[in-house]
Ligand binder design. Structure first.
Ligand code: ZN
Length: 554
């Protein structure tokens, strides 16, 4: 313990390794809003404790998983950013402190004076008393930017460390000239004290990006070993990466119809497809990465469907929400124009983007190769069947677990219902149908193979293709799902209840879009969807509370 928060909560630091403390890792400065940084520091701590060989003799680390416990107690929304005084602790330090401050485009409270907050003062004192040489702060809710102590110009050590960690994690270095009014940041103050101080922004606000950040930790330990006490490695000159948007940011809604050339003015050719995007959005600078991700999704789709199409298509990457009627959509497919749309705006993890692209590319491929689907069950079910293994490979919810859980609580619709007109799809609004359709297609493929399923896709000639009526197939599928009851490892009721909440929240968003568009309610909804898919029902519940608190929908 090194102090208490404004709200009277303990501030806790962990020491790992022998010898004088030299390195510090700090998470949770933005409390509950960036809860994954706290989980990452805890995971790194546990990793160091189980594999002490990672630390060289005489190296010791100070780990502070949660620098802002008040924020963590205040939930996963914007309220979770500050301490109990409502102060952003990432703006309360002594270098370039100002009475006004921003977090992104939002105005935040930097406190009454530098170090007015007990958390900031206690962390400063701890790092100084321990003689820390390097401090790394973890943030999220941003996109793969790794910042050094760049504003003060006092940080050759910071730049050296930032360079080493960027190389190890693969995260881009932000250039020195980012115009962002963010005084009072701890890394700036620490750099003026001669420490190497670095901010790392994780790729999203949900995952740990474990492999990259384990490499980052190793790079940090090696950097310390190489620099020795007070002798630093030569400083590389920070070079601006292409990942930083230079053009004025695109703020218009992204169209799905009409003048697409005006709505997506930039383009990159990529063989089978043309990537269309907008200046000043995340895609502007990440085009190489997006092409690679799309090609990977495309390979997965073709392999799963047994298809080898050669036709060309257009991929539109939206940096803003879609215009009517796609405001709540993340992806969209216009099959006959061979056009696929997807949002890329830091609202979900990259693995979810890859899975979402696979979903839309399945629609595109199926509609062009197998002709139109005979029912919404086949259209959405095939897309869910193809996309889900990408999420499962990342350790997210297993599709068979979802349907076994739905069956065990009586929430699994029958295939007879799913293929009926009454099923009436509304995209994300019918989450039960959506997931169940994926399971039914999985069942069909496992019994009869993809080739027969592609015959069924358009014709629905159940008996001619399988020898069984739809009612008989339905019975078999339900029996098979019921037999998995003993293999359910998830909390079935929570899974089903929260799936229902996602549908309700999307319906509410669609009905009240004007009021909540661009508001933190959308972030809460993204959090609900993503953490449910990850199987993190505790967090999904927190995002549900946040969504209803913001929209006042009981
Ligand atoms: Zn779909």
């Amino acid at each position: 313990m090194y102090g208490q928060s404004a709200g009277g909560r303990d501030l806790v630091a962990w020491r790992v390794g022998k010898g004088p403390g030299s390195l510090a890792l700090i998470g949770g400065v933005h409390g509950g809003l960036e809860w994954n940084t706290t989980e990452l520091i805890e995971a790194l701590r546990d990793h160091l404790l189980t594999d002490p060989g990672l630390l060289s003799d005489g190296t010791s680390l100070l780990l502070i998983p949660l620098a802002n416990p008040d924020g963590a107690a205040a939930g996963v929304g914007l309220g979770g950013l500050s301490n109990a005084h409502g102060v952003d602790l990432d703006r309360n330090w002594g270098e370039r402190w100002a009475p006004t401050a921003q977090w992104g485009k939002r105005v935040v409270n930097p406190g009454a004076a530098p170090f007015s907050e007990p958390e900031a003062a206690a962390l400063r004192d701890l790092l100084m008393e321990e003689g820390i040489q390097a401090a790394v702060f973890y943030h999220s809710f941003d996109v793969r930017y790794l910042h050094g102590g760049i504003f003060s110009g006092a940080g050759p050590a910071s730049a050296s460390l930032a360079g080493a960690m960027a190389e190890a994690t693969g995260y881009p270095l932000s250039p020195p000239a980012v115009d962002y009014p963010a005084g009072g940041r701890p890394v700036e103050w620490l750099a003026t004290q001669g420490l190497a101080a670095v901010d790392i922004h994780l790729p999203d606000r949900f995952g740990l990006d474990w492999a990259a950040n384990r490499q980052g930790l190793i790079a940090l330990i090696q950097w310390e070993a190489m620099s020795g006490t007070g002798t630093l490695r030569p400083t590389p000159t920070p070079t601006p990466t292409a990942g930083i948007p230079q053009a004025p940011p695109w703020t218009a809604p992204s169209p799905l119809y009409g003048d697409l050339a005006a709505g997506y003015p930039l383009a990159a050719e990529a063989g089978r497809f043309t990537l269309h995007y907008q200046p000043g959005t995340l895609a502007d600078g990440d085009t190489d990465y997006l092409v690679t991700l799309t090609e990977r999704a495309l390979t997965h789709v073709n392999k799963t469907l047994g298809a080898s199409p050669t036709w060309h298509f257009d991929l539109y990457i939206a940096g803003t929400p879609f215009a009517y009627p796609g405001e709540t959509s993340r992806g969209y497919t216009l099959a006959y124009g061979r056009q696929v749309f997807h949002r890329y705006d830091a609202t979900g993890p990259l693995v979810e983007l890859e899975s979402g692209l696979a979903h839309e590319l399945t629609h595109l491929t199926a509609l062009n190769e197998f002709r139109p689907a005979s029912s919404a069950m086949f259209s959405e079910g095939l897309a869910v069947y193809v996309q889900w293994p990408i999420l499962e490979a990342a350790g997210w919810l297993q599709l068979d677990q979802v349907c076994a859980a739905m069956h065990s609580t009586g929430a699994l619709p029958t295939a007879l219902y799913l293929t009926s007109d009454a099923a009436g799809y509304n995209g994300y609004l019918d989450q039960d149908n959506y997931m169940a359709s994926g399971c039914f297609v999985t069942f069909l493929v496992s019994r009869w193979g993809m080739e027969k399923v592609t015959q069924l896709y358009h014709s629905a000639a159940w008996e001619a293709v399988t020898g069984l009526t739809l009612a008989e197939l339905d019975r078999l599928w339900i029996e098979e799902t019921a037999a998995q009851a003993s293999e359910i490892v998830v909390e079935a009721k929570a899974l089903v209840d929260l799936l229902e909440e996602i549908g309700n929240a999307y319906a509410y968003q669609a009905a009240h879009l004007k009021e909540i568009e661009g508001q933190p309610a959308s972030w809460a909804l993204d959090g609900l969807r993503v953490t449910w898919r990850m199987g993190r029902f505790d967090k999904a519940r927190a995002y549900t509370d946040e969504f209803y608190a913001l929209t006042a929908n009981p």
